[in-house]
Design a protein around this ligand. Sequence first.
Ligand SMILES: NC(=O)c1ccc[n+]([C@@H]2O[C@H](COP(=O)([O-])OP(=O)(O)OC[C@H]3O[C@@H](n4cnc5c(N)ncnc54)[C@H](O)[C@@H]3O)[C@@H](O)[C@H]2O)c1
Ligand SMILES: [Zn+2]
Length: 351
Amino acid sequence: MELTVRTSDNYNIIIERGCIKQIGTFAENLLNKGSKAFIISDSNVLPIYGKTTADSLKAAGFKVYEYAFPAGEESKRLNTIEEMYFKLSENGFTRSDFIVALGGGVTGDMAGFAAATYLRGIKFIQIPTSLLAQIDSSVGGKTAVDLPQGKNLVGSFHQPCLVLIDPNTLSTLPPHYFSDGMGEAIKYGCIKSRKLFDMILNTDIKENIEELIYSCIDIKRGVVERDEFDNGERMLLNFGHTFGHALEKNYNFKKLSHGEAVGVGMAMMAKCGEKADITKEGTSAEIQKALKKYNLPIWDDMDTEKILEAAALDKKSRGGNINLIMLKEIGDSFIKKVDRGGLRKLIEVLK
Ligand SMILES: NC(=O)c1ccc[n+]([C@@H]2O[C@H](COP(=O)([O-])OP(=O)(O)OC[C@H]3O[C@@H](n4cnc5c(N)ncnc54)[C@H](O)[C@@H]3O)[C@@H](O)[C@H]2O)c1
Ligand SMILES: [Zn+2]
């Protein structure tokens, strides 16, 4: 399966079992003959998929260099990027050379940021290996690192020149991360596609994994094409994230993983919408049913005052207003601008 994203730079997304083995062939058509490839990965993924990737690139005539950082969000900071810059310059990388991001969303965000900034920007290929990266973070060109003050506070928009999605890599992904990615998959169904939501709810998703990835990416592609720099429709992708981020933050990123927090955030937001006669009755329960199927938590009893406080500080809030993403029903979402008072009114029903 193949998709083309038409943003400031057009690029293709290939979804195909085993396509990692062919990265060399794909890269040949896009990049300079004999140029250097810098594979950036993490300490879990490089030992599993590094050799296949490197061998294919070498067979196509590229010179290959590898770099792995310790796996985990804790590595997603400027120190790690600086190390990448050092390796790139020590090995004489120029603007004719390129980076390959091989791993989950942490790898993709950081390799993308290094590619966006080294020599003011070099090309990069995404090979996402976690479900979250395959359905979400590898497409759209957002790159970032965290600061001690918050997640993803430093970054840029830099589109990859190719995204290679090999669903076979999910066979080695720990189950917890698979569920985590399903939280975001459910989100895509909620905001844009009843059909996708039903597939997630009613079929064995591992049997339909290519279709799942394709549907999610196709939704993200459309949204990103219409709003590359996140000033409008792209905000719909934040459904579940306002409350989700608040929960993650209040629990110091320990109790709930991102996908779990987003799942709970979606169920809560749908509930708020139902009570305010904005969202169709029963929507929250449907979301919870889907969450349950993928072993994701369905609710959290955190004090609404704490959620309000954290939501007001969210980086997604603009000039005192908060852009909430709400559903009319599954598959139909919209942006609702509220001030703090408006948010309070909506969320108080959860008390
Ligand atoms: N750029 C965007 O648009 C965007 C969107 C959503 C999330 N993100 C970012 O993505 C990150 C989360 O991504 P993630 O959940 O993929 O985290 P991650 O990259 O840390 O991967 C999760 C874990 O799975 C391991 N792993 C990945 N693929 C594997 C495989 N095939 N086999 C075995 N182990 C594997 C990793 O080593 C890691 O331990 C966050 O930093 C978030 O901010 C970015
Ligand atoms: Zn998310």
